[in-house]
Design a protein around this ligand. Structure first.
Ligand SMILES: [Zn+2]
Length: 580
């Protein structure tokens, strides 16, 4: 189906107009038919676009609403992008989706296929929106682009005279401002979670390290004369008192990346020896939630959580240490039940993930706006679902239980190690065992483990001893029979030769030689079934709760982790380091 035919069919132009346009196109080969028709004044851009969208099934998107990955944007030269007003939107495997005003112009699309060696799929967008996004992104690119932090630092006068004061650089120096911005944007673009600025006395360099996927790595070393200026610059950005160096301070920095994408950093300064200060910044990218199906829950757990999360009332808890990914999972669960029929209030500190539809509240203990205070306000504000970022104290926990017993679904997190331990901890805090057991729906414990880089992991056939030690570790402290478990593994994981295949870390360019890339969740889900509720009422021990849970099919964190090993995602050392 061709555009011209569609327009004639819809009686938007006459057959004569079409023929006239086609004749003109023969002499102006480069011009698209749509453009010629617009120039002839017989149709306008909107008509052509809505036709394309309706008749040819090409979706129309609002280009300004996309979070475009700088790497995707960087796939094509800015010259090409500007020449054709084509905007790379996102990349999924071998497919690159681009926004353009008229997707029927084949020339640039073909060229793009050649340049990127990707399958290029066009979508429609208004020219204005495309141009606006291109302008924003190319400006951001100028700062983050090819320039290395070292080059940037070198452009500053680095010839330090021996007796020059170490703070010879002013915190207002333009290049210093650029250096700090560059450092923050590098961290953001590399998916770093924390930036650590570590100062040393005398002639020693100031070290900047990034934490990514839970692992620290050196980013850059600044000469000593940068020391004070770097710290002061960050303090100014975070609106902290730059003269206060003996007490720790907290603040935040907000950086606008584009019209509706901002970056937030939580800044903490810590006074160290020799009257110096370290700065640690947590990068909050205002991320979107991950779909619940994509967080990597085992199929049976995913199924149960979907059912339980939709209950009209109850208490659902996620537990794990800081940085175990529980906030991400919690938001994925909320996104699953986030619908126009539900009123969802959340109290968070900080708000790391934003979702349309949720009413998200940033708590601030300094002004008395605590989790407990937010909960009480929510209860007066007609909620269906309430999420409390953390149950830090007995007061919050008690309100949460009251709320769930009075007909609301309540979600929260705890800093506990396992699902069973969470129950005992809450009872120890002074929860009423009967109210708590009535309210509780389930507890999901979580850890994050490093996963192998897919492009360089290597397979091997494990020895019998290695398998036996795995199965022993799997069954340790549980009522499970190791022979039966081994048989079940054999059913699920055996390879073509009837044996097992495990994987070891390699090392390649993609993973910077580490053998690992990204992290994945390890889960333990305990559903509050009648037997579990009865144990809670009798204030049973962690061991009793755990044993009953395993009997009803729960897999512990360690067991789920060992299954990830058998599936070839990681190794037992990584699992041991996160699940004790
Ligand atoms: Zn690799």
């Amino acid at each position: 189906l061709k555009l011209g035919d569609v327009l004639v069919q819809e009686k938007l132009i006459t057959e004569e107009m079409l023929q006239q346009a086609l004749t003109m196109q023969r002499t102006h080969r480069k011009q698209a038919l749509g453009e010629i028709l617009i120039e002839m004044g017989v149709v306008d851009t909107e008509v052509i676009q809505s036709m394309l969208a309706r008749k040819l099934g090409i979706p129309f998107v609002n280009a300004t609403k996309f979070r475009i990955d700088p790497q995707t944007f960087g796939l094509v030269s800015i010259r090409f992008i500007e020449k054709y007003s084509i905007l790379p939107l996102y990349r999924a495997n071998n497919t690159l989706v681009v926004a353009m005003e008229n997707p029927l112009v084949w020339e640039p699309l073909n060229e793009l296929r050649v340049i990127t060696s990707l399958n290029v799929v066009p979508v429609l967008a208004s020219r204005d929106a495309i141009l606006r996004v291109i302008k924003e992104l190319s400006r951001a690119n100028e700062i983050t682009g090819k320039q290395k932090i070292g080059d940037l630092a070198r452009t500053m006068n680095m010839d330090v005279v021996d007796d020059a004061p170490e703070d010879s650089i002013a915190e207002t120096d333009n290049t210093l401002v650029g250096v700090v911005n560059k450092m923050i944007l590098d961290a953001y673009n590399q998916g770093v979670s924390d930036i650590h600025l570590e100062t040393y006395p005398g002639k020693r360099n100031t070290l900047v390290r990034f934490r990514k996927d839970g692992v620290m790595k050196k980013y850059f070393e600044f000469p000593p004369k940068f020391r004070s200026a770097l710290v002061s610059r960050i303090k100014i950005m975070a609106r902290l008192d730059i003269s206060e160096k003996r007490r720790p301070q907290d603040g935040k920095i907000e950086i606008k990346l584009s019209a509706d994408n901002k970056l937030e950093l939580r800044v903490a300064t810590v006074p160290t020896a020799h009257g110096l200060e370290d700065v640690v910044m947590r990068v909050l990218a205002c991320a979107q939630p991950v779909a619940l199906d994509k967080v990597g829950l085992p199929a049976n757990v995913l199924e149960r959580i979907k059912v339980l999360a939709q209950k009209p009332y109850g208490l659902f808890l996620l537990c794990g240490p800081t940085g175990s990914g529980k906030t991400t999972t919690l938001h994925s669960v909320l996104s699953f039940i986030n619908s126009p029929e539900r009123k969802i209030w959340t109290a968070e500190d900080p708000i790391e993930i934003t979702q349309d539809g949720l009413r998200q509240v940033q708590v601030n203990a300094n002004i008395g706006w605590t989790f407990a205070a937010a909960m009480r306000s929510f209860l007066r504000a007609d909620p269906d679902v309430i999420m409390v970022g953390e149950m830090r104290d007995i007061e919050t926990a008690q309100i949460a239980i009251q709320a769930s017993l009075t007909g609301h679904m309540v979600f929260s997190t705890l800093h506990t190690n396992s699902a069973a331990e969470s129950m005992v901890r809450l009872l120890d805090l002074g929860m009423d065992p009967f109210n708590f057991s009535d309210a509780l729906v389930g507890i999901l414990a979580q850890r994050l483990t490093r996963r192998y880089c897919k492009s360089c992991k290597t397979s091997y056939i494990p020895s019998r001893d290695e398998l036996l030690s795995l199965v022993e570790e799997y069954c340790a402290g549980t009522p499970l029979d190791s022979a039966a478990v081994m048989q079940a593994w054999h059913q699920t994981y055996r390879n073509q030769d009837g044996g097992f295949t495990l994987y070891a870390a390699g090392g390649c360019e993609l993973c910077e030689g580490t053998g690992y890339k990204g992290r994945m969740g390890v889960y333990e889900f305990l559903e509050a079934t009648p037997p579990i509720k009865s144990l809670i009422q009798h204030q049973a021990s962690v061991v009793e709760l755990q044993a009953t849970a395993i009997k009803q099919g729960m897999r512990t964190l360690k067991q789920s982790g060992i299954e990830l090993v058998l599936q070839g995602h990681t190794n037992i050392e990584q699992i041991r380091s996160v699940c004790n």
